[in-house]
Design a protein. Sequence first.
Length: 86
Amino acid sequence: MVLLIVKKICEVNMKNTNTCSKCQSNDVVYVKGRTGSYGMGNVIMLRAFSPINVSSYICLNCGFLEEYIEPKDLEKVKKLKKSGKI
Ligand SMILES: [Zn+2]
């Protein structure tokens, strides 16, 4: 019997390491996603449903930008996916 071992490659990202994944600089800032008035803030509108806040990690050395949807908003996206709306 062959035992298959699936090795999961640990994803290196700025969210977990606070280090730029492009230039390895530690000069990374976190910008929390906010919902502002129309057209303001770093948000995604999914077909006029409630806005999805996007938080960013920005490398101040090379300018690389990584974006993440907040966990609570991720649930909204999952629900939309489940209901077939996206
Ligand atoms: Zn960088």
